[in-house]
Write a protein of this length. Sequence first.
Length: 227
Amino acid sequence: MRQIFLDTETTGLYPDQGHRIIEIAAVEMINRRPTQNHFHVYLNPDREIDAAAQEVHGITLEFLQDKPHFDAIADEFTRFIKDAELIIHNAPFDVGFLNAELGRIGLQPIQKFCDRITDTLKMAKDARPGQRNNLDALCRHFGIDNSKRTLHGALLDAELLAEVYMAMTRGQDSLLMDLQQAKETQSQQVMHQHQAVSIKVLPPESEELEAHAAYLEGLKKTGAQLW
């Protein structure tokens, strides 16, 4: 099972108002184990960054001037996420921006490249209704060290999200492991039973066949046959 934990930073809140992605990070996990494989880029948005957004992530337009545009990294990015489950906190926000960027260069929506998209914010709200469920709150709840998160950064946030997701789904994972172990044990028991009752069949000797025929003939004479 291949999962990609993804986060973006943007110039503002609304892609339909022309705001752009300025950072993408995607962290890979296979069978719930980090692979240390990740995709991370900064992007030149060719537009100003809203002051409120810059206060959140601290990324300046000057820093981004020599960075690539989205079209230069689109193929590498879509190959990285291909056929994986994307796990995103507040997925509609990031998916909206990604689809806007993909649409600008004539590519299909991100849903066409990945296997499915899981929104951990929705998961958290379902599990913790009425509570704060942003990434910082979830890190505190699960005892995950987020002391390095003085500003929002896509790579750090994607790594923290992976830890949060693992904590959120640990019980589910244990159940799946127990079910798989039970299934494997049952399969081994069935194989052992089949091996235990294996019987070697020996063909009868000619004397035995003659004796059996004589016995049947005797039954006919007495009228005691049951068939």
